[in-house]
Ligand binder design. Sequence first.
Ligand code: ADP
Ligand code: MG
Length: 625
Amino acid sequence: MRSLALLARNRLALGGLIVMGLVVFLALLTPALPLKPPNITDTSNRFLPPFSQGAILGTDHLGRDLLSRLMWGTRLSLAVGFAAALIAATIGAAIGIVAGYYGGRTDNVIMRGVDMLMAFPYILLALAIVAALGPGLINALVAVAAVNIPFFARNIRGITVGIAHKEFVDAARLSGMSDARIILTEILPNVIPVIVIAMSTTVGWMILETAGLSFLGLGSQPPVADLGSMLGEARAALITNPHTSIVPGLMILVIVMAINLLGDGIRDALDPRLKSGALNRPLPATLVAPSRQPAAQHADAILTLDNLQTQFHVKDRVYRAVGGVSLSVKPGECLGIIGESGSGKSVTALSVMGLVASPPGIITGGSVHYQGEDLVGAPYRRLRTLRGREVAYIFQDPQATLHPLYRVGDQLIEAITAHRPLSRDEGRRKAIDLLDAVRIPNASARVNDYPHEMSGGMRQRVGIAMALANDPEVIIADEPTTALDVTVQAQILSLLDDLRRERGLAIVFITHDFGVVGQLCDRVAVMYAGRIVEQGPTRAILDAPRHPYTARLMACVPELGGGKRRLDAIPGLPPAVDDLPPGCAFAPRCDRATETCRTGEIPLDKVGDRALRCLHPVTMTEAVS
Ligand code: ADP
Ligand code: MG
């Protein structure tokens, strides 16, 4: 249904759909229409012009009614074109799926056969097939279908190969399903959209090919009309009586154009990537609302966020992903940001350098000061010089951030040359230095590795090396160890810790793991539903969490050697950020909440060594016990 709505939004495709619907409707209705018989000749009325008495579109060289022949011919051409497309798609897809699913020798034999068919110019191949079978509409249909089979087979095989090794197919195999069932229930549903797309874009082409064969006299035989044979017969009178050619010619044009527009629309609507908006290229920097209120800057911090607000405007919904976050880091300091998934940590981090995809993202308020300069609303050129050079990012999945086809050394060099020119030798030396700096053993050999030749931990080290490439002042690490196992995680953490001590880096470290915060961060900010609910020195917060959310979050962490205890999961779910409750966003899940918690704004108050957004904080005595 979503696909239909999408299709309807595409004006051209909708136009194609309407025209095609009309043509198909008329073609289906033709036998019931009060038309003259299409094949009755009447030589006394040859070449009547259009709009003549009794023949609206005129007559042809044998005095046959053109309107009637056009309707019957369209009917036949459409039927043959669609039938050929259906046959080619079915056989081609079956071949492709079998080849792609079984792979190995089966694949080899089948695909080489397909390649041989593809090696012929395919109109020639169609002609050869008709020549062998003899002229006739059915033979033309067979020929057109046959020459299109390789196209479908190749397409579908490619898709199937990609799917056949996915985990869900392995899972089906492990559960004991037969190959036939796997193909029908796991593979086929995934390739059907591709088949439909390929069909919708080739039907028009097949109608043209059939018409072409008929035009040459190899398709429909006289007196039966199809669009191609009508054109062929009219050829001799092209100059003297052009209407006999124009009538079928226009019909072919209209049909093929309508089908192609519709096919494009179907492709756009069915392709999941296009559907999710992959074609809307995001702007190079996040949009900033003109109504934004910039905030004042701080003195000693290198990076300061003040009341930063980032929203996603999707259709008429507003997602308040970041709802007024204030943070700061000093050189050599590590600030942790912790919170459940969906609490707005990543969006906060990406907002700093204007990296939130826009549309739909938009920064609606607050400021980000880097060394006294407000980055929100800074020109794109300025942001680009700062990105990577002054503020660098490390992301969760280095597999996704490293290019699979380039050696890691080249990728490191590229990160540097984005900001300053570098000779090859110099670049290589620098890349090796960087790999050394992130403690990759045997760096001078490893620099030539491709990402897939490295382990997850190694790749993340490369990710860190890339962040370090331009000696940035600030590193923002977004869950850099979440995908790693604990021993590698410990190594990466100690590496980051060393680096900030050696280089005086300011680190913003995003995580959902209190253990990690405890190892690395000087201060920690706890986020919930896009806002900071508690912030303070790590030790103080770990020893005595004051916000009920922080306390509940920490109670979820199992302690090694802490004996058996029930882990208290937090009941309920985080609120949806497009529909935040008034008052404290945590109130619905909080057992300390009162009526006042659910109304009005609850400020982030300074309480002793920390900032706290709570009316009923956990008392010190409760917290320590
Ligand atoms: P996390 O704390 O897990 O990093 P994120 O910062 O990625 O969370 O996401 C914060 C909120 O923003 C989530 O509730 C998410 O649903 C919302 N969000 C993120 N990207 C988009 C988007 N493109 N459109 C709408 N909402 C989004
Ligand atoms: Mg995230």
